[in-house]
Structure formats: C-alpha cells, structure tokens
Ligand binder design. Structure first.
Ligand SMILES: *Cc1c(COP(=O)(O)O)cnc(C)c1O
Length: 354
C-alpha cells in the first residue's frame, strides 16, 4: 500500500532511446518531496510531477550552502524486475551528512519507503539495455528566507530520478590523474565525510586545471600535511601495492563510499589482504618506480570502478600496469556489476527488490 499521495502528471514524457543516454541530463515524470518545519518535523511526503521549485531569493541554501545529497541506482535485472544496491547504506550516510550540516535527520524507514515508492511508480524508466540504470538523487536543501547565519528552521527533502547510460560504452579505458598540490578538497574537521555540495564547489578549480593539463581527474592530498592521498576526483581510491589492496582510511576528510566498502568486503571474501591506512604520494610514486604499484582505481556509484593508468605529480610521472586495467580491478568491476544487474548471485544480501 502506498504511504504517500501521488499527484498525477498531465502528460508523460517519451522514454529515451537507451543508446543515447548519458549521465544526469534527463529526468523522469515524477519526484518525491517532503517538508520540514521546526516544531512540525518532517511532514507531507508526497509524489508530484517533476518540475521547478519556487524559492525566495533569500532561501538559505543559495547563500550558505546548507544542503546534502546522495546517489544510488536502480538496476533492471534479467527477469525484468528492478533492484537497488545497499540502499540502507545511502540512507545512513544521508543522516550522517545531515548531522554534520545541522539538518534534521529523516527516519530511515520513511526515507527508504520514499525511494521504493518513487522508483516503483517510475519502474518503466529503469532502462534495460546492458549496464544502463536509473540514477536516484535524494537531496535536502535549507529553505528559510533569511540571510542570518544559523541552522535553517525549514527544509525540503526531494528525490529525483535520471535514466543513465552505460558508463563505459567503448570499454573501460584507464584514466590519467594529477596529484594536486595547491587546492585541497576539505580538511579533517571540515565536511569531507559529508556528501554536501560545498565539497564539490571547492574541488572544481583543481579539476579544471587538471583537465587543461590533459588529465582526467585530480588526486587529492590531505589538507594538513599535504602529503597523504585522500580521493581521486569525486571517487574513493584504492591501490594494489605488492599484493595488498590499500586505501586511505576514513579520517574525517574522506567520503565513506559504499562502493569502496563493497570492494573491501569482496576482496576480503577472496582472501586478498586489504589495509585502510595513510598512504603518502611519495610512497605511491616510489612503489610506481620500483614496480610494486600493481593496480590503481577509483570507486563510486556512477562508474563502479575507474582504473588509473597514469599518475602525474609535478614533473614525475608513473604508468600503472602499462596503462591497462588490472586483473583485480576487472574482477571487482565484473563482480560488482554482476551483483547489481542480477547476473551473478548476491551472497552478501546487498540487493533489495523494488
Ligand atoms: C559519493 C562520493 C564517493 C563515492 O561514494 P559511493 O557511495 O561509492 O558512490 C566518493 N567520494 C566523494 C567525494 C563522493 O561524493
């Protein structure tokens, strides 16, 4: 039984040709919206036609960026049904981001029902071409009409859906990344572990500079020592160093990725040693020079894993696995995507039917 009222759309959009799908440009017919006011709590969860918000120019989110977001996907599986991947992890992280940004938390079951009901209503939008999916973007914005700096007393929680194409239509090509020495994404004590827009705003300049220099992504160093690796672009990063998979530990400035966590759990189940620890750029470049850096890849919901073929740092350059995707990276990609698209068994119970 539906928990939320649905306002029918006057007209429905034409579903796109799956071959033309890119990322995050098209949105479905409906969205979920829920309001918060101090004293009233979260209330009036509802599904309405996808469309613009009306907000006062003084709405706090425009000025002080009190906002958070999430990202997960719905997958079409071979029997035609639709499933989510570890959605409860996204909801827990949403509430952890809320806590950091002084946004009132949302009941986990309520948030989960909102996702389920919206995706269920929009299930025809989940594409079925290989490796396509429906991207789910929950977010919360502060809506007080007030230029004073304080936690807002009113918020909107919204979920929008976007059909997305295969991330690697031409096959997985390793990317070139550049170690960023000037800008930092965030620092310990800041908002790095929260999924909040400000972290992205702070990262754009370095991304643009890396692109101008012919690189795809930035490798972020920690903001205090300017020494330890944190993330790659907006993904977590993992390295296979002399047989062990190492990844930066969650010191507060690293986003606790669900793909990262799933990779670590898979690796452990395969008996491959893993370590969450500080990794200096120097250690990596030395390992690169001595041949001990066997594989490197980013992890995140959008790309699943993104192999790194080359890293630049000042005038040093290292090439990883001859610029090709490594066998372990490929196995992680195949296993994760197999579980997500339902072509492999899910021994961990990660998937949830809609
Ligand atoms: C969302 C995000 C990730 C990846 O998280 P997943 O849960 O794996 O999608 C990594 N780094 C940053 C900065 C992010 O915002």
């Amino acid at each position: 039984m539906s928990q939320f009222p649905v306002t029918p759309a006057q007209t429905l959009k034409t579903k796109p040709d799956p071959a033309t799908l890119s990322f995050g440009k098209l949105f479905t017919d409906y969205m979920f919206v829920m309001d918060y006011h101090t004293g009233k709590g979260w209330h009036d969860g509802r599904i309405i036609p996808y469309g613009p918000f009306t907000l006062e120019p003084s709405a706090m989110v425009f000025h002080y960026a009190q906002e958070i977001f999430e990202g997960l996907k719905a997958y079409r599986i071979p029997d035609g049904s639709v499933q989510l991947f570890r959605p409860i992890e996204n909801i827990r992280r949403l509430n952890s981001s809320c806590e950091r940004m002084c946004i009132p938390p949302i009941d986990e079951q309520l948030a989960l029902s909102a996702i389920h009901e919206l995706v269920s209503l929009e299930r025809d939008w989940v594409p079925s071409a290989p490796e396509t999916s429906l991207y789910i973007r929950p977010f919360i914005i502060a809506t007080d009409e007030n230029l004073g700096v304080h936690a807002s007393h009113s918020y909107v929680f919204c979920i929008i859906l976007s059909p997305v194409g295969c991330y690697y239509p031409e096959g997985i090509n390793p990317v070139k990344i550049y170690v960023e020495d000037d800008d930092v994404r965030t620092v310990k004590g800041g908002t790095g572990y929260a999924k909040t827009g400000g972290n992205y705003a702070a990262s754009i300049r370095a991304g643009e500079r890396a692109a101008e220099a012919g690189y795809t992504q930035v490798l972020w160093l920690d903001g205090i020592h300017r020494k330890y690796i944190e993330e790659v672009g907006s993904m977590n990063v993992l390295f296979k160093l002399d047989g062990t998979v190492v990844t930066p530990d969650l010191t507060g400035s690293v986003l606790p990725g669900i793909t990262r966590k799933s990779c670590l759990e898979l690796l452990q189940s395969w008996g491959i040693p893993t370590q969450e620890r500080l990794i200096s750029a120097e250690e990596l470049f030395e390992a690169g020079a001595s041949g001990k850096l066997e594989e490197a890849f980013g992890s995140g919901t959008a790309a699943v894993v993104s192999p790194i073929g080359e890293m630049g740092w000042g005038d040093q350059k290292i090439v990883i696995n001859n610029g090709n995707i490594g066998p372990l990276t490929q196995k992680l990609y195949d296993t994760l995507t197999g579980i997500q698209w339902g072509t492999l068994p899910d021994p961990f119970g990660w998937t949830v039917k809609v």
